[in-house]
Design a protein around this ligand. Structure first.
Ligand code: ZN
Length: 99
């Protein structure tokens, strides 16, 4: 009886530091608490400087990024938008003049 109680206390002591990891952020794609905080990176400079936090969902495998405390945005969609912007930039007449 006493041994059983001691084991219960030991389990509680071992689990307590893991609580922040158990309470993970909710994934906007599959609504499961499987989001893992990967890293925070600094983008841009001067007034446009911002901090992007990267997340990975272990349930659906989707990657997300968060601009400061803004909404979680899937990285795949962001990359497509960036590609579109890059292609329009290369086709701009201003750049054609310099070449
Ligand atoms: Zn997910």
């Amino acid at each position: 009886m006493k041994d059983g109680f001691m084991i219960l206390v030991l389990i509680l002591v071992m689990i307590t530091p893991m609580f922040p990891f158990l309470l993970k952020s909710k994934c906007p794609n599959c609504k499961k608490r499987k989001l893992e905080h990967l890293d925070t990176e600094q983008r841009g400079d001067g007034r446009k400087r911002t901090y992007i936090t990267n997340y990975h969902c272990h349930a659906c495998g989707e990657d997300f990024e968060q601009n400061k405390s803004g909404p979680l945005v899937p990285i795949k969609k962001q990359a497509l938008v960036a590609e579109e912007q890059a292609s329009t930039k290369t086709e701009s007449p201003a750049l054609a003049k310099t070449v």
